[in-house]
Design a protein around this ligand. Structure first.
Ligand code: NAD
Length: 302
């Protein structure tokens, strides 16, 4: 049976639009108080089609909230030295408060070195080792956008997950690991499953909160999901079905919605939250860099 039950769906598109509205409001206040406009720089290397679509979207949304968008498009064969020099120029540029280097980078470039060259205060992707360390230490930091978006959706449902079991499938630096740190911060008991984990189905059956960030289309089946669980599907997979190209997540949505109490659809769940959180990070760090009294997540959600 195919379910499309509205009350179970976590509408990331709606929540992200509300967040962008708040960003515009707090951004306008900041611009007025500081007489400066936040600038978000995006560096795109090469012609990866998915990255190009994503960057185009980011630029559009950046302008919509009234921030300046600075773009650097570099050739696929750019040297590591040249890319580092672009990043260093952006680090020193007072018009730029956030720097995002779009991943993946070509193989001849050391991505870790590039990410660690970005000034931590301008690291709106939250990938710099200093920000990663702060996140795991429970200190204020710039947090990776996709897990931040997931945690905002979860907080809206239940801000304190004390006594709840959270299972994350995937241990990437971009999603799985920072998601674990955020869920610990919300007092959940956290398990991370990954490609070498043996009993994933059993682990998932124990989850009150399930976050799937694997990259395997519809891997999580309906009978894996505990009755009443909240399911956050980070996966974005393009597949062919009945002769059409469609997007599906890492969970089998039509099956998993039955046991879940809440579930994010794909598309329209986690995806739109990622860009909203990038702008949120840019707003927070701009308040800090412009020396205006800082704002907190709770200010945005009041
Ligand atoms: P990744 O490839 O870096 O990591 C995938 C993780 O899944 C790895 O840690 C690996 O150990 C684990 N894994 C692989 N096979 C597995 C298996 N059979 N069983 C259990 N675990 C397994 O991917 P990522 O960057 O973390 O992205 C994961 C998914 O999320 C992808 O579909 C990606 O497109 C999507 N994504 C979405 C957004 C968004 O904005 N919604 C952002 C980032 C990533």
């Amino acid at each position: 049976m195919v379910y499309r039950m509205n009350e179970k769906i976590i509408d990331g598109k709606k929540v992200s639009a509300e967040i962008r509205e708040k960003i515009k409001k707090f951004g306008d206040i900041l611009i007025k108080e500081s007489n400066r406009t936040p600038g978000l720089a995006v560096v795109l290397v090469g012609e990866n089609p998915a990255s190009r679509v994503y960057v185009k979207n980011k630029i559009e949304k950046t302008k919509e909230v009234g921030f300046n968008s600075i773009e650097h498009r570099l050739d696929e064969n750019v040297s590591e030295e040249e890319l580092l020099s672009v990043v260093n120029k952006l680090n020193d540029d007072d018009e730029v408060q956030g720097i995002l280097v779009q991943l993946p980078l070509p193989k001849h470039i050391n991505a870790d070195l590039v990410l660690d060259t970005i000034k931590p205060v301008k690291d709106v992707d939250g990938f710099h080792a200093e920000n990663v360390g702060k996140l795991w230490s429970g200190l204020n930091s710039l947090v990776p956008c996709t897990p931040l978006g997931c945690s905002i959706l979860l907080k809206k449902l239940n801000p304190d997950l004390s006594g709840k079991n959270a299972v994350i499938i995937g241990r990437s630096n971009i999603v799985g690991k920072p998601m674990a740190a955020l869920l610990l911060g919300m007092n959940a008991t956290v398990t991370i499953a990954h490609s070498r984990t043996k009993n994933i189905e059993e682990l998932v059956k124990s989850a009150d909160i399930l976050v799937a960030a694997v990259g395997i289309p519809e891997m999580v089946k309906g009978n894996w999901v505990k009755k009443g669980a909240v399911v956050i599907d980070v996966g974005i997979n393009r597949i062919d079905r009945d002769g059409k190209k469609i997007l599906v997540g890492d969970v089998d949505y039509d099956e998993c919605i039955e046991n879940s109490s809440k579930i994010t659809p794909v598309p329209g769940g986690v995806g739109p939250m990622t860009i909203a959180c990038l702008l949120l990070n840019t707003l927070f760090t701009s308040y800090e860099q412009f020396g205006v009294a800082p704002i907190k997540l709770s200010d945005i959600f009041e």
